[in-house]
Design a protein around this ligand. Structure first.
Ligand SMILES: Nc1nc2c(c(=O)[nH]1)N[C@H]1C(S)=C(S)[C@@H](COP(=O)(O)OP(=O)(O)OC[C@H]3O[C@@H](n4cnc5c(=O)[nH]c(N)nc54)[C@H](O)[C@@H]3O)O[C@H]1N2
Ligand SMILES: Nc1nc2c(c(=O)[nH]1)N[C@H]1C(S)=C(S)[C@@H](COP(=O)(O)OP(=O)(O)OC[C@H]3O[C@@H](n4cnc5c(=O)[nH]c(N)nc54)[C@H](O)[C@@H]3O)O[C@H]1N2
Ligand code: SF4
Ligand SMILES: [Mo]
Length: 885
């Protein structure tokens, strides 16, 4: 921490994605006033993406959960802790330890995770502790364990820059890992001969820098990579020395691959790709030494996710493209601490510190180290099964921490029902109103980023400190403190007397080295004796970090030695299959789901920064022009996407970036933000048999246009919910909230409809015609309520531009002319309408960019010089390039 007179700078780590960027936080008077990228951090070297750059806009107290509550009533911490501890105790006494569960998150810190895992597995005596990493990384974890003997990511970010061929499969890096994407863009600019291949059914922003985009048939990556292995064998592209000296299982892996896909033509057919394009990738892979294959949820979230991971790893092992600069299979993590949770052992089939239940000696080791009174001996229930067990009553008490399963687990309506039925639902969150807190009996207010202290591990095994620099909001407490308090109240004083996260971290570090002797690569015992001061000053450090280790932490497996009993990597005979649920006459389209650039998951934090809603403000479904025409759907129509499990209502986004036959919906909009767009209410709970990871990217659905009779915009200071119309979406503004509305029934009387929603002030102006209703109310020469409705719902011109209207709401309106212009919904002159926002960092709109282009700006650099757009985080550059083209 460095201080000037009244502000101080704190070095911390971004709480969003697994890139793990270092952040300089500028703090004044217990407020975060600005953030910037930490130049000294190895992950980002000074960069930040748009979400990271907006961190200071999300730390306000609005919406925070500030007080513990039992059944809606505020209580003291003592009461809350006692209630939870006694509830868990009683349930365990009556129904055994497996009648309780913990559901954690890759967004809590390693220290929080460590004590939660210790409590369940060593003290309560159940492995019913799982985490949202199940939905995210568990396929990759299992693939790593099968191939390398442990959950080890071989490479580092530098390898992405050093690669001569970079394959990005099932990853929209440009939007989901923007700083990694920026590093790749810079590497490609410096070395244009570097080849980039994007494998994704959709044309995403990531394709912008691709030399080759392979829009494969959804779910067919298994064939693509087994086909590659066959090709490598047939074209003399194997590294037999590496295979002979450092791997086992090659013959059976190749045989299995050949049985699936014997020729390029066959692979191309199975993947729905032109043979020449696929052949090109295969050729590049075989001729290039430095190849990195980066994979993410398009691979992991599949009923064959583990096999797909191993199919990728097999190709790298068969060619020795691993453990060398610029050569590795690279599973990129999603959440800021997905990796830390895996290190701790927070999944139900892990034990602790990269040990699992397969070896009784490990169980004894952990039991001894923890001095555990009730050591568990077998795996617990994985997330999807865990909530099924809550639903059918086997689990009677559950504690959910740092995740929002009612929005993010498959079959989300069943999850909600499960929690509504459950006797004791405890939810720790920093936010008061989420789809999951709505189902809680006990609410525990957790401190948030900016307030909490601990460590996170990013995708390249770098452990960084998150440092608290604001006072805990209200009466909130740190997750590790809450867990330790509950543990002690349950009678487990001995194991949970920690006074600081540093004490927990050093115990975790010591366990990693305990009776290790080089057996487990996850060893950070060099950090086990950190003093409190050293822990607080800890600089980013990559594991392994062990005193005696002969491992080079930067790149694992450099010596060709793996973490298996034989020291050889295992090539796995994989049999990846197609997705389980196939389309039918009734449900003819495949729903694919994923992320957008500026939102984080269920929007509890990014949804607070109005700037982050500039780029995309409402949920949508992307549909190809063919499917749209076939279903009589036009762009921006209100549509229903449904199947036997559920139903969503969103706007259609007709685009040729979406292939025919499939749809894409973002995962972000929960019931807190919109009427009906929880995508996981549509996703079937079908999982990979080994990993238990759900098939969240492939779900048969049908779509139909809804005949909306009216459309409206309402802007108010008040936060509203459950509006009486088929479609509403809340968009927080810098001042107030905007609601985009649409209805299938025409209100008989607009004013009455509005009165049922919000109070209407006296100082009002109104316009009522057959096709439109408009109303504005004012208080102290400031708009108080704006409501615009039209019965011409498909016309773009029938309503004023939302962004413009939102701006007016924040401005004083004093003259009669201004009032009338507001009601007319038109700027006095057109210059203030900048169009849809493209660059969120500098709030530059499409119309401004187009105008600058028409005035001669011919490159992204020239546009940046003129308008600044694209010059901060760079996330919008793909869209700016599209406008230039
Ligand atoms: N802005 C933003 N960034 C985030 C997050 C966020 O919420 N918002 N969340 C973070 C988290 S937790 C995670 S896990 C990561 C996820 O990061 P990504 O995995 O990159 O993101 P997704 O959008 O889920 O999915 C990636 C792509 O997989 C494609 N895909 C679907 N089916 C297939 C298939 O069969 N084969 C292939 N090859 N591709 C397919 C989709 O079309 C999509 O473009 O993002 C992290 N970063
Ligand atoms: N269909 C479909 N479903 C998916 C996915 C998909 O691609 N498609 N992706 C899956 C993936 S990869 C993931 S990672 C999940 C993410 O899904 P979730 O984990 O459910 O989503 P979040 O919104 O990140 O939920 C985190 C919650 O923790 C709270 N929180 C934040 N920080 C803290 C803290 O320090 N302590 C505590 N106690 N609470 C905190 C937040 O306010 C928020 O309510 O979604 C999964 N679901
Ligand atoms: S890429 Fe963006 S969201 Fe991810 S860690 Fe960096 S700043 Fe945070
Ligand atoms: Mo994730």
């Amino acid at each position: 921490m460095t201080n000037t007179s009244d502000t101080c700078q704190v070095k911390t780590t971004c709480p969003y994605c697994g890139v793990g960027c270092g952040v300089n936080a500028e703090v004044s008077d217990n407020r975060l006033i600005a953030v910037s990228g930490d130049r000294d951090h190895p992950a980002n070297q000074g960069r930040l993406c748009v979400k990271g750059s907006a961190l200071h806009e999300t730390t306000g107290l609005d919406g925070r959960l500030l007080e513990p509550r039992i059944d809606g009533t505020s209580v003291s911490w003592e009461q809350a802790i006692d209630h939870v501890a006694q509830g868990f105790r009683k349930t365990i006494e009556e129904h055994g330890p497996d009648s309780v569960a913990l559901y954690l998150s890759g967004q809590i810190l390693t220290e929080d995770y460590y004590v939660a895992n210790k409590l369940m597995k060593g003290y309560i005596g159940s492995a019913n502790v799982d985490t949202n990493s199940r939905l995210c990384m568990s396929s990759a974890v299992a693939a790593h364990k099968r191939a390398f003997g442990a959950d080890l990511v071989p490479g580092c970010y530098e390898d992405l820059e050093l690669a001569e061929l970079l394959i990005l499969t099932g990853s929209n890096t440009a939007w989901a890992h923007p700083v990694i994407y920026q590093r790749i863009v810079a590497a490609k600019k410096a070395r244009p001969q570097m080849k980039i291949v994007v494998i994704d059914p959709r044309q995403t922003a990531t394709c912008d820098i691709a030399d080759l985009h392979l829009p494969l048939k959804p779910g067919s990556d298994g064939y693509l990579f087994t086909g590659l292995l066959s090709y490598l064998a047939d074209n003399d592209a194997l590294d037999s020395t590496f295979i002979d000296n450092h791997t086992e299982g090659f013959d059976s892996a190749l045989l299995a691959a050949k049985q699936l896909t014997g020729s390029v033509a066959e692979s191309a057919r199975l993947c729905g790709l032109p043979e020449t394009d696929l052949g090109l990738l295969y050729d590049w892979f075989s001729c290039t030494e430095k190849v990195v294959t980066l994979f993410s949820q398009g691979i992991n979230q599949s009923s064959s996710g583990v096999d797909k991971g191993n199919a990728i790893i097999n190709c790298h092992l068969a060619t020795g493209k691993i453990g060398k600069p610029g050569a590795a299979p690279f599973s990129i993590t999603g959440q800021p601490n997905a990796m830390g949770g895996r290190e701790v052992g927070g999944l139900a089939n892990q034990l602790a510190a990269h040990m699992d239940f397969s070896d009784p000696a490990n169980i004894e080791l952990v039991e001894t180290f923890w001095q555990a009174p009730n050591m568990v001996h077998q795996e617990g229930l994985k997330a999807v099964d865990m909530f099924q067990a809550v639903h059918d009553g086997r689990i009677k008490a559950i504690w959910i921490m740092g995740t929002n399963p009612v929005a993010s687990l498959p079959d989300a309506d069943l999850v909600r029902e499960a929690l509504q039925r459950c006797e004791l639902v405890v939810v720790s969150d920093c936010i008061e109103k989420t789809d999951t807190t709505a189902c809680a009996n006990v609410l525990l207010p957790a401190t948030g980023w900016a307030e909490k202290d601990g460590t996170v591990t990013n995708s390249e095994r770098v452990i960084s400190r998150q440092r608290g620099f604001l006072k805990p909001a209200g009466n909130s407490r740190h997750d590790w403190q809450i867990i330790c308090s509950v543990a002690r109240a349950m009678g487990f004083d001995a194991g949970f007397g920690f006074r600081s996260p540093g004490e927990i971290f050093t115990e975790h570090a010591a366990l990693s080295g305990y009776r290790n002797n080089g057996r487990r690569y996850f060893d950070i015992s060099a950090l086990k004796s950190l003093t409190e001061e050293q822990y607080n000053q800890l600089q980013p450090v990559r594991w392994p970090a062990a005193k005696q280790a002969n491992l080079n932490p930067k790149r694992l497996f450099q010596s060709g030695q793996f973490n298996t009993p034989s020291g050889r990597a295992r090539m796995v005979a994989v049999t990846p299959s197609t997705p389980v649920n196939q389309t039918s006459e009734q449900f003819p389209l495949v729903l694919n789901t994923g992320r957008i650039r500026d939102q984080w998951h269920t929007m509890t934090r990014t949804g607070k920064a109005s700037r982050l809603l500039n780029h995309i403000d409402q949920p949508f479904v992307e549909i190809s022009p063919e499917d749209a025409a076939h279903n009589q759907i036009a762009d921006n129509d209100l549509v229903e996407v449904s199947n036997a499990l559920g139903r969503c209502v969103v706007r259609a986004n007709v685009t040729d970036r979406q292939p025919a036959g499939s749809l894409f919906m973002p995962i972000h909009w929960s019931a807190q933000f919109t009427s009906l767009a929880r995508v996981d209410s549509l996703i079937a709970p079908i999982c990979d048999p080994i990993a238990g990871q759900p098939e969240s990217k492939y779900c048969p659905v049908t779509i139909r246009k809804l005949n909306s009779l009216w459309r409206g915009i309402l802007i108010s200071d008040k936060e509203l919910s459950d509006l009486p119309c088929e479609y509403w979406c809340k968009i927080p503004l810098e001042k107030g909230f905007r609601y985009e509305l649409a209805g299938l029934l025409l209100p008989v009387n607009w004013q009455e409809w509005l009165e049922s929603v919000v109070e209407i002030g006296k100082d009002r102006i109104e316009l009522n015609s057959t096709a439109a209703y408009r109303l504005a109310t004012f208080a102290n020469q400031q708009p108080e309520l704006l409501f615009f409705a039209t019965t011409a719902p498909v016309s773009d011109k029938a309503l004023p531009n939302s962004a413009w209207l939102s701006k007016q709401f924040a401005q004083p309106i004093s003259t009669a002319a201004q009032r009338m212009a507001l009601l007319a919904g038109k700027p006095v002159d057109n210059s203030t309408d900048c169009g849809a926002i493209i660059c969120s960092c500098f709030e530059v709109g499409e119309k401004q960019i187009q105008q600058a282009i028409s005035q001669g700006a011919a490159s992204t650099d020239e546009l940046a010089a003129k308008l600044k757009c694209g010059s901060n985080c760079g996330s919008c550059l793909p869209e700016i390039r599209a406008l230039l083209n």
